[in-house]
Design a protein around this ligand. Structure first.
Ligand code: MN
Length: 489
């Protein structure tokens, strides 16, 4: 992978953009990671390039692709976030910071699944682009999983299946979701994967050469006759979703009917319905399997017409009919959706943060399988809540105006009682400082400290901190009394 491949890919989607910064970011990453190697033995810069390439592919904006190149610099090199900000501006630096914070969120098994998911959502609500970078980073890590020890490989694969892939689905980024799932499937269930892969390849070859070709030829002729401009492709269901379907419905491979589908891509919506009419006039449709996701899009924004007909020899055959824009939307989800929306307005690629947040929240709101906690987060975001990160990557939500003392008591009563100072985003801050959304806060504690100060009651914002302080002050008074009058209980 070279930087010119990334630049070319980026220019496909943003032809007028100035890409000087991309080259500079590459030079900088090359210097910062010089001498470092991946576990596979590759130069480290390859990981940065692959991450950036996926971002360019999903039509991410310039700052995001730059951040993709730079995403491992604060963690793994002698350069800091400040260096990134100085050279590439606050926007790219903020994105890298978000990725760094997110990478500190540790996966702790299925039972903590919801919590991990919740944390991802918190990060996402701050800036969705952070998650896109994390996806691209994860995808390359998955592709190079081979060089890691088995245990680590399985941990990463599990975490991806349980957290990353569902979020990619929720955002409608199917292209990434499928790639991630198939790689994880291969590492987690190697036996099942091999077996299924074999059957699948046999079927795929057979269908491709014979049946699909036959159907394609018939449809090709009809569409040309009708003078409709079109692209015709076959899409195969990815292995992991076939496997899931077999498991869920307790079916054999041969009993999964939508392993392949034919996809017709046309210039506009009117032609989608025209093509649908032509297909239905050629072969009898199974009306139970007809879906108009153009008139009624899926909650994550997916649009397409789906129909299954009894094709040649009465064989059930699925067709998906959509426009180019819908097709890209299905692959790249919210990223493409955003890209098209911006493109319709102007092509300068400028977008503002609040719009991103509003957009993602709107989509989450309309998503049927959204968990309750997402609602909670939406509530919090619009109702004066801030999210604070601990150095371990835990996220705590606090009311606006909360201070390091509130944070300390939220972490643990002892941390609150022993607090003597706070480091907020690498700077020492007083205990009554007002925290901001997304701050990374570390509490300095002293074991010898006798307990909280009465003054803290003047500035704490949370009821729980207030209660714990009062409780501790009371205990301290009792301790002192006991010290002077030892016989009292
Ligand atoms: Mn990385």
């Amino acid at each position: 992978m070279t930087i010119s491949q990334i630049i070319n890919k980026f220019k496909e989607n943003h032809p007028k953009a100035d890409v000087t910064m991309l080259e500079l970011a590459y030079e900088f990453a090359l210097k910062a990671h010089s001498g470092q190697k991946r576990k596979s033995g590759e130069p480290y810069i390859q990981h940065c390039l692959h991450t950036a390439f996926v971002l360019a592919q999903i039509k991410a904006d310039l700052a995001t692709v730059i951040a993709g190149l730079l995403h491992d610099i604060p963690e793994d090199t002698e350069y800091t976030l400040a260096d990134i900000e100085k050279n590439f501006g606050a926007e790219a630096a903020t994105l890298v910071e978000g990725v760094t914070k997110l990478s500190k969120i540790k996966y702790r098994g299925v039972e903590r699944y919801r919590e991990s998911l919740r944390k991802m959502f918190l990060a996402m609500a701050r800036d969705l682009r952070v998650i896109l970078i994390k996806f691209a980073d994860r995808l390359h890590n998955l592709k190079t999983l081979e060089s890691l020890p088995l245990e680590k490989r399985q941990r990463i694969a599990k975490e991806t299946l349980e957290i990353y892939a569902p979020i990619a689905g929720l955002l409608g980024i199917w292209g990434l979701k499928w790639q991630m799932e198939d790689i994880c499937f291969q590492h987690l269930y190697p036996e099942e994967y091999k077996k299924l892969e074999y059957t699948y390849e046999v079927k795929r070859k057979f269908e491709n050469t014979q049946y699909i070709q036959k159907v394609k030829n018939i449809l090709n002729a009809k569409l040309r006759e009708a003078a409709i401009p079109f692209e015709l492709a076959s899409r195969f269901k990815h292995l992991y979703s076939i496997y899931q379907k077999m498991q869920k419905k307790n079916r054999k491979f041969d009993e999964i009917y939508d392993v392949f589908a034919l996809r017709v891509i046309v210039p506009d919506i009117a032609n989608c319905y025209k093509v649908l009419g032509i297909i239905h006039s050629l072969w009898r449709p199974n009306l139970n399997r007809f879906k108009d996701y153009i008139a009624v899009p899926k909650p994550n924004g997916y649009r397409s017409l789906h129909t299954t007909v009894f094709g040649p020899d009465g064989k059930p055959t699925e067709f998906q009919i959509r426009t180019k824009e819908m097709d890209e939307g299905a692959k790249y989800g919210i990223a493409a959706h955003w890209y098209y929306k911006i493109k319709a307005k102007n092509d300068n690629g400028l977008r503002t943060q609040p719009a991103w947040i509003k957009e993602i929240l709107k989509i989450q709101k309309e998503t049927e399988d959204a968990h309750d906690f997402i609602k909670q987060i939406k509530f919090n975001i619009f109702h004066d809540r801030i999210f604070i990160f601990s150095p371990k990557g835990d996220v705590f939500d606090l009311p606006e105006g909360a201070t390091p003392v509130d944070f300390a008591y939220t972490v643990h009563t002892d941390v609150g009682n022993q607090a003597v100072g706070a480091i907020v985003n690498d700077k020492i801050m007083p205990l009554d400082a007002e925290l901001k959304n997304g701050d990374l806060v570390e509490i300095i504690t002293e074991k010898k400290r006798r307990g909280p100060s009465r003054d803290w009651l003047k500035f704490v914002k949370t009821a729980s901190a207030r209660d714990k302080i009062k409780q501790n002050l009371k205990n301290t008074v009792m301790d002192n009394i006991k010290r002077f009058i030892p016989n009292i209980r």
